[in-house]
Design a protein around this ligand. Structure first.
Ligand SMILES: Nc1ncnc2c1ncn2[C@@H]1O[C@H](COP(=O)(O)OP(=O)(O)OP(=O)(O)O)[C@@H](O)[C@H]1O
Length: 697
């Protein structure tokens, strides 16, 4: 049984819970840790479902090399298990307990929570490391939270991860590329380090297949061939119970516009439900900016009635300070509405959240190794994701989740789990990482889910052409090692390295920072004409990358004012993030000994540096094409310049794009014009020697 409502029309009728009845677990506390002292936190900890399993968990970890723990969202896996391990002595003698997360935001939030629960300063006994940020203290930190990507990077210096006694791979159901590589490597490390313990945890993981993956681990033998060390067969533990009930509501009819429906649902909740914050899941920056604007307008139109709403966006392209706002306690009489991408989907506890609105979509990467094209597309989420999203409510009090899809759709059409990222991505970054870790036989690597051999071969080809791999498919020196050292997409890393030779590093790191966020334009404001006019003020004939440099210059000249951004339809938050990322890239470049130089106004070298990294994305305008039809040089795929590009309708003959989006057509986003001769200069193997490309002549 379930609950139905039509967004924007009537009050949701309460029926029953989606997953077999309304679920309750000792819901007698709702105190906030910030308002109560240490003993209160201790009591909260003991009320979590996982507490009853403390002894069992410690026993299984002691006796088994791998323990798989499945437990409802909010049952206490992430915050409690590392503490139990520490209390049991797993961090004694200078050893460290690691807990990985797929997302940076979760790493920071969970580490601060655990530090608070343990009554210690963050960065001392409890710390965290994410890309570009290390808040740990060597020799002092006992419990460390980190992204799985960072743990992989640590393996470059310490291949057996010797300082860790236990590694907990949390939210393993997400199956990001880094998680999959990590699982494969940890399985290898286990054979060399019988004393290492692994915990694989999630609310929605398929425990049996994960167990099968770790089953193959060889038994450890003593000198006389006797079996020694822990049991190599993985243990599976199911933690029963959850924090508080979460009532699930479905729409009666499929919705046609999920942004509009999400906004109506928020207003409906605000009008009809008791106080409590709302967390809305949409897909990306554009959607979120549009929803924030729509909601703010509705609030204004309604006058006093909705004046208690505080609307906050949440996505990775927001600066840190803005992201942190979602964690601040909501003032009395106010209601916070956080509109987020799936960065808030796992591990996070936003204390005030009582209501979740789930659009049923997220942005996902899809790669076709035959055409060599990777798209970021808005696609339906899986049941596992839907459960994680619902699980952001019901953490400190009962909650409700409003799904903007029908129950029938959830039951019969939604896939149980998503496709692992490794099977739907371009593998260039993955291959270089494995190479840097000394894994030469990549095709023979023990993957939890095998990537396609075509995608592997494509990635090897690109890396070879980037000059990162040599004829024996080993990392070249110094280029290959330097590219592997920079924690970015290898194409961006190569662009930065080339800019050093071309004398335009300052400009290229600005471009790299802008490319790493979704958009610097205020495109969600619904004022397309004004935005287009504003763009013209910065537009460079060379293309979007040079236009970004003009915007960045303008922002600096305005003394980084938000009013300037507003006037010019530039997203102020995004620009602050660009400054943040740029600073990180500067530090990385300096660490690698790259001289930071500016080419001032010489944009030719800037375009050449971009070509050196992104030559694989070159396209040529079809002869006599009146509708701007391009063909990719590699796969002869038909593509068009995206209307958001300053080169839309300009249609230079030769271009390079940064990414593709697929709607009614394949659109190139962030495009720069180039000369074809630069392609042969930058990548002779790719375009010339290996297979002469008639399109280049
Ligand atoms: N910042 C916080 N403020 C208040 N309570 C918190 C906070 N973080 C965690 N909690 C409490 O601890 C509980 C357990 O959180 P934890 O993240 O350990 O659960 P989990 O089982 O790992 O959940 P998930 O699978 O969703 O990550 C939450 O349900 C909540 O009651």
């Amino acid at each position: 049984m379930s609950q139905f409502w039509k967004p924007g029309t009537e009050k949701p009728r309460l029926l029953d819970d989606e997953e077999g009845g309304v679920l309750f677990f000792a819901p007698s506390f709702s105190s906030s840790s910030s308002r109560f002292g240490y003993s209160s936190i201790e009591k909260q900890r003991q009320r979590l479902p996982v507490y009853k399993y403390r002894t069992a968990i410690l026993y299984l970890v002691e006796t088994h090399a791998t323990t798989i723990i499945v437990g409802e969202t909010g049952s206490g896996k992430t915050t409690q298990i590392p503490q139990y391990l520490k209390e049991a002595g797993w961090a004694d003698g200078g050893r460290v307990i690691a807990c990985t997360q797929p997302r940076r935001l979760a790493v920071q939030a969970v580490a601060s929570r655990v530090a608070e629960e343990m009554g210690v300063k963050l960065g001392e006994e409890v710390g965290y490391t994410i890309r570009f940020e290390d808040v740990t203290n060597t020799g002092v930190t006992m419990v460390k939270f980190l992204t799985d990507g960072v743990l992989l990077r640590e393996m470059m210096d310490d291949p057996l991860l010797t300082k860790y006694s236990v590694i907990m791979v949390d939210e393993a159901h997400e199956r990001s590329i880094s998680t999959d590589i990590l699982l494969g490597l940890l399985k290898k490390i286990q054979r060399r380090r019988p004393e290492l313990r692994l915990i694989i945890s999630s609310a929605t993981i398929e425990a049996k297949s994960m167990s099968q993956f770790f089953q193959n681990s060889k038994k450890h033998r003593g000198i006389e061939g006797e079996v020694v060390g822990p049991i190599t067969e993985p243990a599976i533990l199911s933690v029963e119970g959850r924090g508080f009930s979460v009532q699930i509501h479905y729409v009666e009819e499929p919705v046609s516009n999920y942004i509009q429906s999400a906004v109506s649902t928020v207003l409906l909740i605000h009008d009809q439900e008791r106080m409590g914050d709302i967390l809305v899941f949409l897909t990306g920056q554009d959607d979120i900016d549009a929803a924030v604007k729509l909601l703010s307008e509705e609030v204004q139109n309604r006058g006093r009635n909705s004046s208690g709403l505080i609307v906050l966006p949440l996505y990775s392209g927001l600066p840190r300070a803005e992201q942190d706002l979602v964690f601040t306690p909501t003032a009395r009489g106010k209601r916070k509405v956080v509109i987020s991408t799936n960065i808030a989907e796992t591990s996070l506890t936003l204390e005030g959240v009582v209501y979740v609105v789930d659009s049923g979509f997220s942005k996902q990467r899809f790669y076709n190794p035959i055409s060599d094209i990777e798209n970021l597309v808005v696609a339906p989420i899986s049941k596992a994701s839907a459960r994680q999203r619902a699980g952001r409510a019901g953490r400190v009090r009962p909650g409700k989740c409003y799904r903007l899809y029908t129950e029938e759709y959830f039951n019969n059409e939604m896939s149980a789990e998503g496709i692992p990222e490794i099977q739907r991505s371009n593998l260039v970054s993955c291959v270089i990482q494995l190479k840097a870790l000394g894994i030469d036989n990549i095709l023979g690597f023990d993957w939890p889910a095998s990537p396609s051999p075509e995608a592997m071969v494509r990635a090897l080809e690109v890396l070879y052409s980037l000059g990162v791999l040599d004829d024996d498919a080993k990392l070249t020196s110094p280029t290959g090692f330097q590219v592997a050292e920079i924690p970015l997409d290898p194409m961006i890393s190569k662009m930065i390295l080339s800019s050093s030779h071309l004398g335009c590093t300052e400009e290229i790191i600005t471009i790299a920072a802008v490319l790493s966020i979704q958009s610097i334009w205020a495109s969600g404001w619904g004022a397309q004409k004004e935005l287009d006019e504003a763009k013209l003020r910065f537009a460079a004939a060379e293309g979007d990358h040079v236009t970004f440099l003009n915007v960045y210059k303008g922002f600096l000249q305005s003394s980084k004012l938000s009013q300037w951004c507003h006037k010019n339809y530039v997203n102020y938050h995004a620009m602050k993030k660009v400054i943040e990322i740029r600073e990180q890239l500067r530090r990385t470049a300096q660490r690698l000994g790259i001289v930071l130089k500016s080419c001032e106004t010489d944009m030719l070298v800037v375009r050449k540096a971009i070509t050196a990294g992104f030559f694989a994305n070159a396209c040529r305008l079809e002869a006599f094409s009146h509708n701007g039809k391009y063909k990719t040089i590699r796969g002869s795929q038909e593509v068009h310049i995206h209307p958001s590009s300053v080169l839309f309708r300009v249609n230079p003959k030769w271009v390079i794009y940064y990414s593709l989006v697929s709607t009614d057509r394949q659109y190139m986003r962030n495009v720069i014009s180039i000369e074809p001769s630069w392609l042969r200069e930058a990548a002779p193997h790719f375009y010339h020697q290996q297979r002469p490309n008639p399109m280049l002549h």
